[in-house]
Design a protein around this ligand. Structure first.
Ligand code: GDP
Length: 522
């Protein structure tokens, strides 16, 4: 019998893995994919990562395009669930891309290195999840190595993240003696991820005999304390973002990953409702809606093909259907939407809320775009961050100015950089959050457009989107400060300031002008 829309939606789990580099995100991703049979060979994800290790290699990969496209989202099925893992770039210079990707997930897995605890990037990513009330499952990785005391790690999570911890499993042994996980509430032992079956026990004492004699008492004490002193798992508090269920394991040695994937299936929320300008869209609404959170250039630079990654928010996307693009009101034929697996893509005949499809296009779609079955509706909340670095692009060959303009426009639409066109007609300014983005821009302008460029300091270092309740006030400001005003890709005005001091000064002089460091696509 055909699956109903509600059933299809309730099976979906769409999540991201957040971690400080080296905590084990890649290894964990790979092991999760293995459960779904999405990859046959452990190592495919790793192989890609190793090649991405150095910067120059990374560029090469970017040019070869296919690989990074393939790994932006990975779909697999396990037991009754369809899982979509959205990949986020590891390097902090691509933070804006990561933040946008987090707008498209319903849950996150936070990976913590058991020896290192909460690291700076974990904290940052966690803050974004909290801003968006994304429920978090914690995986404490590398228990097969020297690690901190589990209680100490839990305390750190509670203190640094102000998040209650509910340990669901407990590690049996540490480093060399680590040999499995013990489910605190169910009294079940899982010796390794390769085993589906868990051994039922009556109490920790029965588990302790798996350990060397000198560790047994400590294990019994710890688990008794964990059961008595820690918060029990509470799904409501988890979904509201106040509490995280905690799992221990070793992705590398195949411990705890099965506990984690079972938890994702059992606890993690199905596709959530999504706020739009005119109403909140329910995931089980019949009509298809989706939004674009990422654009990536396709494999063939000659055709300027791009893949827009769209998260379905409601209804059913069917191949061949027509969708309305809210920004322009125009129709768009969804002739070749695609699903991504670990090493291949496939035409998507049908996709449901929670799924992410790649939509090939020639520049019609932009980040933040909403697609519907006809309704004039716009999803809110895909952010654009004010750049930290502003530069003028210097072209070696002045004859190619027009081509550069086109190329920059395309790069900006793809989200590689932000582009600001000064009102006074002076050359465009590009803005980025991290310096590596400039390297990518330079590399791609050369490789894809044959444009050798360099970057010059601009006299500006800060940029803010400006608006005012009274349009006249805004006009007055724009006229008065014409030399410091530019337009972004959507033609929205920004104020460019030399430094934060002059920004504050102007903000005080013109109290009617709102200066925003963050713009939500609309
Ligand atoms: P990422 O940077 O977060 O993607 O981390 P990786 O998955 O690449 O892991 C970083 C390093 O830690 C690699 O050398 C992994 O082999 C290693 N690693 C990952 N998980 C474990 C684990 O559970 N135990 C041990 N001992 N090493 C691990």
């Amino acid at each position: 019998m055909a699956e109903s829309l509600a059933e299809a939606v309730s099976r979906r789990r769409t999540f991201a893995i957040i971690a400080h580099p080296d905590a084990g995100k890649t290894t964990l991703t790979e092991k999760l994919l293995l459960f779904g049979g999405a990859i046959q060979l452990a190592g495919e994800v790793k192989a890609k990562k190793d090649r991405m290790q150095t910067r120059s290699d990374w560029m090469k990969i970017e040019r070869e395009r296919g690989i990074s496209v393939v790994t932006s989202v990975m779909t697999f099925e396990y037991k009754d669930n369809v899982f979509n893992i959205l990949d986020t770039p590891g390097h902090e210079d691509f933070a804006d891309d990561t933040y946008r990707t987090l707008t498209a997930v319903d849950a996150a897995v936070m990976v913590i290195d058991a020896a290192k605890g909460i690291e700076p990037r974990t904290l940052k990513l966690f803050e974004v999840c909290r801003m968006r009330d994304i429920p978090i499952i914690t995986f404490i990785n590398k228990m097969d190595r020297e690690s901190r005391d589990p209680f100490e790690i839990l305390d750190e999570v509670e203190e640094k993240l102000a998040l209650d911890c509910a340990p669901v499993t407990w590690p049996i042994g540490r480093s060399k003696t680590f040999c499995g996980t013990y489910h605190l509430a169910n009294n079940e032992v899982r010796a390794s991820d390769t085993q589906e079956i868990m051994t039922k026990v009556t109490d920790p004492e029965m588990v302790a005999h798996r350990l060397p004699e000198n560790e047994r008492d400590a294990f019994i004490e710890e688990t008794t304390l964990a059961i008595e002193a820690c918060k029990p798992f509470d799904r409501k508090a988890f979904l509201e973002g106040h509490l995280t269920p905690v799992f221990f394991g070793s992705a590398l040695r195949n411990f705890g990953v099965r506990d984690l994937i079972d938890a994702l299936g059992e606890f993690a929320p199905p596709p959530r409702d999504q706020v739009a300008d005119i109403r909140t869209v329910q995931a089980t609404d019949n009509k298809m809606t989706a939004f674009v959170f990422k654009i990536q250039a396709n494999m063939d630079p000659n055709h300027r093909d791009r893949i827009a990654f769209a998260r379905i928010c409601s209804g059913k996307l069917e191949r061949g259907m027509k969708a309305r693009l809210s920004r322009t009101g125009k129709q768009l034929g969804l002739t070749a939407p695609q699903f991504f697996f670990a090493s291949q893509r496939q035409l998507a005949d049908t996709a449901y809320a929670g799924d992410v499809v790649g939509i090939p296009n020639h520049g019609t779609l932009r980040i933040g775009d909403t697609l519907t079955e006809g309704e004039s509706l716009v999803f809110q909340g895909v952010p654009n961050f004010s750049p930290e670095i502003l530069r003028r692009v210097r072209l070696e060959d002045a004859m190619k100015a027009k081509k550069l303009k086109e190329a920059l426009q395309q790069m900006a639409e793809e989200g590689v950089v932000q582009l600001f066109s000064p009102e006074d007609g002076s050359p465009a300014i590009v803005g980025v959050v991290g310096a590596l983005q400039l390297d990518v821009l330079k590399e791609r302008l050369m490789a894809e457009y044959g444009l050798p460029v360099s970057f010059e300091m601009s006299r500006f270092s800060v940029c803010r989107w400006i608006s005012a309740d009274q349009p006249a006030e805004l006009e007055k400001f724009i006229t008065a400060r014409r030399g410091d005003i530019a337009r972004d890709l959507d033609h929205d005005p920004v104020f460019l300031a030399q430094d934060s001091f002059s920004l504050r000064y102007e903000a005080e002089r013109y109290p009617a002008i709102k200066m925003a460091a963050l713009k939500e696509y609309h």
